[in-house]
Design a protein around this ligand. Sequence first.
Ligand code: PMP
Length: 425
Amino acid sequence: MLGNTLAGGVDSPVRAGAAVGGEPFVQARGAGAYAYDAGGRRYIDYLMAYGPLLLGHAHPAVTRGLDAIAARGVVFGSTHDDELVLADRIRTHLPSMERLRFATTGTEAVMGAIRVARAFTGRPAIVKFGGNYHGHSDLALLGAGASAHTRDAQAAGIPASTLDDLGIARYNDLDDLDLVLESAPIRGRLAAIIVEPICGNMGLVPPMPGFLDGIIARARARDALVIFDEVITWPRFGLGGAQGRHRHRPDLTTLGKNLGGGFPLAAFGGRADVMRVLAPDGPTFAGGTHAGNPFAVAVGLRALDFLEAKPQVFGHMRALGARLAAGIRAALDRFRLDYAVINLESVVDFKFRTGHATRNYDDQTRADARAYAAYYHEMRARGILLPPSQNEVMFLCTEHTEADIDETLTAFEESLKALRRGPHG
Ligand code: PMP
């Protein structure tokens, strides 16, 4: 049978849709805000490839004339001008990234940032937050959000010794962070605290006032570094990223997803004195065959050109996000469902759980997974593509329209009705 050779039938576990059951969605193509299945059916796409499609699928600003870029050659193995230009352009928007280096995936960017932090401080321990996702390296997976719940390190192929240098604190909880910082593996050994400055991997969870400042103060007090993982948030939350919203200046930042305009490209960088540990200036290695791939960099430049030339697209997405969130809120009210709806810019989210909005991963794991699964399939049957896991969020792109939102809200109302009737109508 076709597909038997691909392990588990997927290249990334969430795609199998185990959390919602049923047949996994198989996509034939995408155009703008729409995904199409093999039968040619159109879906309004809120998956947006889990974030990178800020401009939607195959936006002409990104895809027009790609053969001219390919004709220059798609990978060099030498330095090229575009990567120098893109690095400078990123720095104008994210001044904390005084020096940066390109990588291919968010996973690698985080690995690079963590290694640099350890080399610079001469210390091994890292503190992260439960429900944040930083890629699939050993250390990053433990306590991770997204679809990467890794409960048993050994069974997951992760050496138990990884925990010797790792602390996992509760998001939005500085008291818990203090406990972790004073715990045996961390105390006196802290290299860095890594955080999603707005979390998008346990649903959408904004930092509570003072949380990010508290992290920075605690790291500074220990001569340790702070890494903002902006793989989702830049430039989705504006060209200044999450750090620009409240003028935070992390020591290191990681970028990915949107950076390549949909092509695989990532980066890590920060303080010039810290980044100086990297070879050839220093003793610390990070690099790769496709690091700064010229094709992906060229596409990334085009995406950035577009966003710089048309900043109004952020306003468009903000308005649509607000319209979608307000419509969902109103429908939930009509059905007397007391679920918190969260919206920031182009991201919208709610969980099947009553009470306050999610603040941390403990809240998130109390959401009703069966209700979400049924809801996912009701929406899909009505031509709306949602993430097949409640740890994810709804992403909008520049190409969504008010009509898309209204169609989604009609499907939402009908889906709630169907859910109320129960599985047998
Ligand atoms: N950091 C964050 C915040 C992410 O959301 C992700 C991917 N979901 C990663 C890192 C890892 O990126 P990649 O999948 O490109 O390895």
